[in-house]
Design a protein around this ligand. Structure first.
Ligand code: NAP
Length: 350
């Protein structure tokens, strides 16, 4: 499987590392032989049609911009040129998130579909803004589109719902889908620090960006709600349809009063019969959803199996890269199934 990696930041580098490390085992276990044939970032590209060696991938970590690599560098080529002209089966799109217009990822993904390439992304932007049309475009071009790293980092929340609960019907879900806000609310509730102090701690620890709006105003959670609603509950919605309130106005007093009732306040994304919402919500401290620190958790309410909760780390380079590897393997299996179906069809026709 030849791969074009678009973006060589925290996640992109972890994807390169995990593919190099697990390669031998995966070839043995699954007949899966991934090769990164090109990497593109904002300044150009490196291309080797035979696959970049693990030594080269390691060396590229130290080179900035990567396109100045003397052997394989192409400073003149954009990511779009690479997607269009380099022969590969899959594009792994891991550029920064943008929820205003989804770019540059939206254009990268649509170009990949139109040139017959499967796509794996961890970028929520294009999905939050245009998930129904993107999945339709992938189907139309007969390619696979996978994005398990967009929700829950390495924790397989989308797969759990899609595959493990496949025989059941998911009626509703509620989740803590953002580690930064969960850290802030946990700090406020357990250590009685103000929102501003907890935010400053989160920034010091690298959990929150200098510009924290995406997390604290609930946009990140709302993007994940859109992805869950489309992928698991078959609702054709985009970010505009999610009612969203962030955590800036959660006070120490409100947390104290909740605590007296045996509860706490968490930023919860909900999808049920009504419009999807994201808002600070009081929940019981004994509720399985009530996880601390940067953890994420989702409870699925199902018709037959009752409530099922999945908990795990919601972000991190290696964790998210493991989701990318899972998606690549899933594409590998889906391609094998497709080949088998074609074979059966041939036999049937005879
Ligand atoms: N980090 C996590 O834990 C995590 C978890 C889940 C999901 N995600 C998502 O995964 C994606 C990648 O995250 P990250 O942490 O790896 O981000 P990052 O460290 O900022 O890396 C982004 C990479 O994309 C490159 N890039 C920027 N603009 C580009 C363009 N126009 N064309 C091609 N490349 C471009 C950047 O190049 P320069 O460095 O030269 O600008 C950089 O190499 C984001 O959408 C993020 O939301 C991240």
């Amino acid at each position: 499987m030849r791969i074009i990696l678009v973006g060589y930041g925290v996640v992109g580098k972890s994807v390169a590392t995990i593919l190099a490390r697990r390669n031998t085992e995966k070839v043995k276990d699954y007949g899966f032989n991934p090769k990164i044939v090109a990497i593109a970032d904002i300044d150009g590209a490196v291309i080797n049609p035979r696959g970049l060696s693990s030594e080269k991938l390691e060396a590229l970590r130290q080179i900035r911009p990567i396109s100045t690599d003397p052997e394989y560098g192409h400073p003149e080529m954009s990511a779009l040129d690479v997607i269009e002209s380099v022969e590969a089966e899959v594009v792994v799109e891991v550029t920064p998130v943008n929820i205003k217009n989804g770019e540059p990822a939206l254009t990268h993904i649509t170009k990949a579909f139109k040139t017959g390439k499967h796509v794996v992304t961890t970028n929520k932007g294009p999905l939050a803004l245009a998930m129904p049309s993107l999945t339709e475009l992938a189907d139309y071009n007969n390619v696979f589109f996978r994005f398990s790293g967009t929700v829950g980092g390495g924790t397989p929340m989308l797969e759990f719902a899609k595959h493990c609960l496949a025989g059941d019907k998911i009626l509703a879900l509620r989740g803590i889908l953002n580690g930064t806000t969960n850290y802030i609310l946990t700090e406020m509730s357990q250590n009685r620090v103000t929102f501003q102090e907890a935010l400053a701690n989160a920034q010091k620890l690298g959990y929150a960006e200098t510009e924290p709006s995406m997390d604290v105003d609930g946009f990140d959670t709302a993007c994940k709600v859109v992805i869950l609603a489309n992928w698991i509950m078959d609702k054709k919605i985009t970010l505009r349809e999610v009612r969203r309130t962030g955590i800036r106005d959660v006070s120490l007093q409100a947390l104290g009063e909740a605590s007296k009732r045996g509860n706490t306040i968490k930023l919860i994304g909900t999808i049920d019969g009504d419009a999807p919402t994201v808002k600070p919500t009081e929940i019981g401290k004994n509720n399985p959803l009530c996880v601390s620190g940067v953890l994420n958790a989702v409870t699925f309410s199902t018709e037959f199996a009752g409530e099922q909760t999945i908990v795990g780390k919601g972000a991190g380079g290696p964790e998210t890269a493991s989701a990318v590897l899972r998606d690549l393997l899933d594409i590998r299996h889906s391609l094998a199934d497709r080949q088998l179906e074609n074979l059966d069809f041939g036999v049937w026709r005879k």
